[in-house]
Design a protein around this ligand. Structure first.
Ligand code: UAG
Ligand code: ATP
Ligand code: API
Ligand code: MG
Length: 488
């Protein structure tokens, strides 16, 4: 595509050079630049893309989008100076891929917990009524059955636009996307035409990035100004009610869902059990009984959110029921490891105080033996949530093994101590085991009949991040291998 077409709509401060050149690809990382590429230099938190302009040119960049004035000894390189590199990257990427979001239905899901779960529930319902649905989120990008791994829950704008383009090419006209607060703040989803926005809930997380809960909320709020068809909001969450208030004058319809407060889509007759939850789904078009395969009240909320999306698209109750009930489970979300033992092992991705509270209170309701929790907190992430996570687990678990969860560049024992600070307030029945594999093995070795061992925090992840290294680490495999080992 010619540079002049690529920069359509871009807010430009200065241009130098030829705009007729043909661009073969776009990049924001110098290491990924190829022949005849356009390189967008972004000043980041860790580094500065402008430092890598020379490398980008050596690799084949023939045009640059920059946030600062730069001096080059090459006259043939086109230089476009802009105010905001991230915003420009999003605009250019959308142009390059033919503005794919304008030709499809994109559903954005935001909130602290439940995003991944809801995206897969929506996919299950829409797929069943012949709407081939793509997903972009924590577990990767799913395009026509193929899963591509993504670096972030919501990838950089270039990738989002590329995935949407590929989906369209494959005949996928619906995409359900997790929209993280980082992505809203860092403009990864700019120029993305959202049909529907879904809000799950808001609780403590990511304060390392946003500093205050108010900033975190305001980042999430942005999504509901970007939608065209409908906003779907959890009315039982106080931040959900704030979104409803803040957006009430917009020319867009709002569907509310909930259990406690009066809402458009709601659940009644809820019956909890360890293998799932049964409830009546009520909509303005009638009610239907749902037998859902993931337990807990939080699952009812996730199912209601997905049902609201389907309702918004006019899918009938039977279609919604079939789609929800077809979900046998979601990887790493209350996943029961098939051990064949007299105790149970559950792998769950809870990594926030609220997520842990929700999953543990669900387990507590059915536990006949002890609850043993193996968990930790991620390094280079919100420190303020760590003691609160410890407290959430300490309130419910009979025995806690506080361990590591992706320490990244932090000292693992320091993270554990941050968590233990909260544990100690409510429970003294804990040990610290830095090595997560040893921690899991300890829990299994000492398991008593009817125990429920919860391995929390890593969910679907099959790796651990120690320093800058990503090492293989699959908890299911660790559990099964260890059981085999102690039996031999
Ligand atoms: C805090 C944050 O979100 N940071 C994101 C941000 O990084 P940054 O601004 O620090 O980038 P940087 O390292 O300073 O580099 C600046 C620029 O120089 C470029 N560069 C750098 C080195 C080089 O050799 N050549 C080069 O061109 C980089 O490509 C970049 O364009 O922009 C990068 C490019 O898009 C992202 O990869 C990076 O996400 C990092 C990996 C990250 O960990 N993000 C997490 C916190 C995140 O986004 N999480 C959310 C929420 C998770 C959830 O709860 O669901 C998510 O959506 O995943
Ligand atoms: N609606 C919910 N409310 C509270 N906790 C939930 C909810 N849904 C799921 N959880 C808990 O949070 C964990 C993570 O769920 P999920 O992966 O769906 O959230 P997410 O918002 O995608 O998280 P992330 O921000 O990491 O992408 C689950 O394993 C479960 O323990
Ligand atoms: N999307 C979340 C996932 C956290 C998962 C947990 N295992 C951790 O590493 O803290 C994050 O990047 O903060
Ligand atoms: Mg997710």
């Amino acid at each position: 595509m010619k540079i002049k077409n690529l920069i359509e709509g871009l807010e430009i401060e200065k241009i130098h050079g030829d705009l007729e050149k043909d661009i073969k690809g776009i990049g924001y990382n110098s290491r990924k630049i190829d022949l005849d590429y356009l390189f967008v230099a972004i000043e980041g938190f860790e580094s500065d893309g402008h430092k890598y302009i020379q490398e980008a040119i050596e690799r084949g960049a023939i045009a640059l989008v920059v946030e600062k004035d730069i001096k080059l000894d090459r006259e043939d390189i086109t230089i476009i100076r802009v105010e905001d590199g991230r915003d420009s990257l999003a605009r250019i990427s959308s142009n390059f891929y033919g503005k794919p979001s304008q030709n499809m239905k994109v559903i954005g899901v935001t909130g602290t917990n439940g995003k991944t779960s809801i995206t897969y529930l929506v996919k299950s319902i829409l797929d069943r009524v012949n709407k081939n649905t793509g997903v972009i989120g924590t577990m990767g990008s799913v395009i026509d059955g193929e899963v591509l791994s993504t670096e972030n829950t919501t990838p950089e704008s270039l990738w989002i636009q590329r995935y949407l383009y590929t989906m369209l090419k494959e005949g996928t006209k619906h995409c359900v996307m997790e929209v993280s607060s980082h992505s809203l703040d860092l403009k990864r989803v700019e120029y993305c035409n959202f049909d529907i926005g879904v809000f799950t809930n808001l609780s403590r997380d990511h304060l390392d990035y946003h500093n205050t809960v108010e900033n975190y909320f305001n980042a999430k709020l942005k999504l509901f100004y970007m939608t065209n068809k409908c906003n779907i909001i959890n009315i039982d969450d106080k931040y959900g009610r704030r979104i409803i208030e803040e957006t009430k004058n917009l020319d867009i319809s709002t569907i509310t869902y909930g259990i406690e407060k009066k809402s458009t889509i709601y659940a009644t007759d809820i019956e909890y059990h360890l293998k799932g939850v049964d409830f009546k789904l009520n909509t303005p078009k009638g009610s239907i009984d749902i037998s859902f395969n993931i337990p807990g009240e939080f699952s009812v909320y996730n199912a209601l959110a997905a049902a609201s999306v389907a309702y918004c698209y006019g899918i009938d109750l039977k279609g919604i029921k079939e789609g929800l009930e077809a979900v046998e489970g979601i990887r790493g979300r209350f996943e029961i490891v098939p051990t064949n033992e007299d105790f149970s092992v559950i792998i769950d991705f809870a990594h926030t105080p609220d997520g842990l509270e929700k999953v543990l209170s669900t387990i507590k309701e059915f536990a006949e033996g002890r609850i043993v929790a193996v968990f930790g907190a991620g390094g280079n992430r919100d420190r303020t949530k760590r003691p609160i996570m410890g407290e959430s687990v300490g309130k419910y678990a009979d025995f806690l093994i506080v361990t590591s969860d992706n320490p990244r560049n932090e000292e693992p024992m320091r993270i554990i101590d941050d968590v233990v600070e909260g544990v100690k307030k409510v429970n003294n029945n804990y040990i610290k085991v830095v090595d997560r594999k040893e921690a899991i093995e300890y829990a299994i070795k000492n398991a008593k009949p009817k125990d429920i061992i919860l391995l929390a925090g890593k969910g679907h992840e099959t790796y651990t991040i120690i320093g800058n290294e990503v090492l293989p680490f699959d908890e299911r495999q660790i559990v099964l291998d260890f059981l085999k080992e102690i039996k031999n």
